[in-house]
Ligand binder design. Structure first.
Ligand code: ZN
Length: 194
């Protein structure tokens, strides 16, 4: 029992302590960003050889991966390395695509219409996730199947058009692409246990 209690305390401390202490960035709305676009630091806190083509959001294994905007499922990915199991959404009105990698499981089918905030898969460590459950999130300017480190052509920084955590009460613009974070934010988690 003592071990369980200690683990619980450690888990709480990990959430409460500012993640900056361990090199993580705290994004607005309380999502944990492990590696930013263009960064040479990996989600596992080890240096990357090349620059990062997406943004890595930390999360719990099995937690929902959320669609960052309305779209249509363009492609499902299933690689042993790199992206692992992933989903590509097309945002055709804006000629943009978003990619979500390292899933435990995808929960959508190709051609399916998706709304912002919808669960499209579960967070996992498939592909080259180095055992760190996270969502590698990419913004592409043409249909893509995820980009390796160093391959930034045809990608953009998703955070440059992001509006923080998905808030179901908020009205998002429809005349331009606005992305919301692909993970449930911590305040959602807190509300759940209130
Ligand atoms: Zn990544």
């Amino acid at each position: 029992m003592r071990g369980v209690g200690l683990r619980l305390v450690l888990a709480l401390v990990a959430v409460v302590l500012p993640p900056l202490a361990s090199g993580m960035a705290q994004a607005p709305g309380e999502a944990v960003i492990l590696s930013t676009y263009g960064s040479k630091m990996g989600a596992n806190h080890q240096p990357r050889l090349q620059r990062h083509a997406g943004v890595d959001f930390g999360g719990q294994r099995g937690a929902p991966v959320l669609a960052a905007a309305d779209g249509v499922v363009n492609r499902l990915l299933d690689y042993d390395f790199g992206c692992g199991r992933g989903v590509v959404l097309a945002h055709l009105a804006f000629k943009r695509y978003t990619v979500y990698c390292h899933m435990q499981q995808a929960l959508v089918r190709v051609g399916e219409g998706i709304v912002r905030g919808q669960t499209i898969g579960l967070i996992g460590t498939s592909g080259s996730a180095f055992g760190v459950p996270h969502v590698h999130f990419e913004l592409c300017t043409s249909a893509c199947a995820s980009h390796a480190d160093g391959d930034l052509g045809g990608t953009r920084d998703p955070l440059s058009v992001a509006d923080g955590c998905f808030d179901p009460r908020k009205a998002y613009p429809s005349d331009r692409l606005v992305l919301t974070f692909p993970v449930q934010c911590l305040w959602w988690a807190w509300e759940k246990y209130r």
